[in-house]
Design a protein around this ligand. Structure first.
Ligand SMILES: N[C@@H](CCC(=O)N[C@@H](CS)C(=O)NCC(=O)O)C(=O)O
Length: 359
């Protein structure tokens, strides 16, 4: 298959880790920003990664892509057999996809060495068609990324240290889980591990400033990144049969941050707003972009919770004893995403995380 993306992209790294695990051959092609028509015709929007399959079909959105590819590996899946553990794997993946993104973009574009490194790689990969001096292209892309993905995503003097604390918490919480097991939910990589590779591989584990933090604060996570990159397929993957206490801090963090954001975002989307406010762990964010895509993420989590047996639902509720978790089982939410209504994904038309492209 052909993957259009970038070797420094968050979600491309997640997909590549999975493809390597499954020994699925692929060719990574820089996203052709000069010729985007073919991409938008086939998947609806420009985002990375986008997959062109050998049979002519196109795929987008890494979570549905992974589940589509999983159909060939039913006897040794990345989803734990226990339904509660499987639900927690989905929750961790969603947090990795949609919450840690802000911290990852902040560390990449607010710090000088990361900015220097990545702006150079990005312009060489995806702006070959732009006829302008390289230093100018780097300056332009840096400005775009800082504006769109740092400032417009709510990182400012009030929130910066909380955003950075979110990275430290992820490192500490993963270290606690990895102290007892090679992978987060067992002896083999699960959806939770592949999800966390998105921020940990191509951003935190590669961009100079956060990489230095990872090496010093969480060597077990640094080691896990390499382990994930080299992990061999196991024909009998062993996952834990119940969620252990070492997972408690991560689940608390997910409720207090990611679920807080999903709740406030859904309320704002339902009220037809473009920007919203929220308070997470005492930190006030006053200007965040509303995301239709993340309403869909919440719908997916809720549908998966609803599919659990009453007893499994009680177990999940006991694992998430925080106010913010109630959105997972509330009778209804004040918004409908209307995304992927026909259940076509990963073959349907995609939408950007922020509707209408970058806010
Ligand atoms: N839900 C998508 C998200 C993909 C995504 O947002 N990718 C980022 C880069 S890693 C992107 O393309 N952003 C738009 C841009 O930078 O122009 C997935 O799971 O693949």
């Amino acid at each position: 298959m052909k993957i259009y993306g970038s070797r420094v992209s968050y979600y491309t790294g997640k997909l590549e880790t999975y493809l390597r695990y499954r020994k699925i051959p692929y060719e990574l092609i820089g996203m052709p920003y000069g010729k985007t028509q073919r991409i938008t015709d086939n998947v609806g929007v420009i985002q990375m990664p986008v997959v062109e399959c050998d049979d002519g079909r196109w795929m987008s959105d890494t979570t549905p892509i992974l589940f589509e590819l999983e159909k060939d590996y039913a006897d040794h899946p990345i989803m734990p057999a226990d339904p509660v553990v499987a639900f927690i794997a989905r929750l961790i993946e969603d947090y990795a996809d949609e919450w840690l993104w802000r911290a990852a973009m902040h560390y990449r574009w607010s710090y000088p060495y990361a900015r220097e490194l990545i702006s150079g790689i990005l312009v060489d990969e995806v702006t070959q068609h732009v006829r302008a001096p390289r230093f100018l292209k780097r300056r332009r892309i840096t400005k775009r990324q800082i504006n769109h993905f740092v400032k417009r995503d709510g990182v400012n003097d009030q929130t910066r240290s909380h955003v950075e604390q979110g990275y430290f918490s992820a490192l500490d919480n993963m270290s606690a889980m990895l102290a007892g097991r090679p992978f987060l939910l067992g002896d083999a990589p699960s959806l939770a591990d592949f999800g966390l590779m998105a921020p940990m591989l191509r951003h935190f584990g590669q961009d100079p400033e956060p990489e230095e933090i990872m090496r010093g604060r969480a060597p077990a996570v640094y080691e896990w990144v390499a382990r994930m990159w080299n992990v061999q397929m196991d024909t009998k993957p062993k996952f834990i049969g119940a969620i252990p206490d070492d997972t408690t801090p991560m689940l608390k963090e997910i409720c207090e941050t990611h679920l807080e954001q999903l709740t406030a975002n859904a309320a704002a989307f339902g009220a037809d707003k473009k920007r919203f406010e929220m308070t997470a762990q005492g930190c006030r964010y006053t200007d965040l972009p509303v995301s239709r895509y993340r309403v869909w993420c919440l719908e997916q989590l809720r549908a998966n919770f609803a599919a659990l047996s009453p007893q499994e639902q009680e177990t999940v509720k006991a694992l998430l004893p925080h106010d913010q978790a109630a959105i997972l089982w509330a009778a209804e939410i004040p918004a409908v995403s209307d995304y992927d209504k026909g259940g076509q994904l990963p073959f349907g038309k995609a939408i950007n995380v922020y509707t209408g492209g970058i806010p």
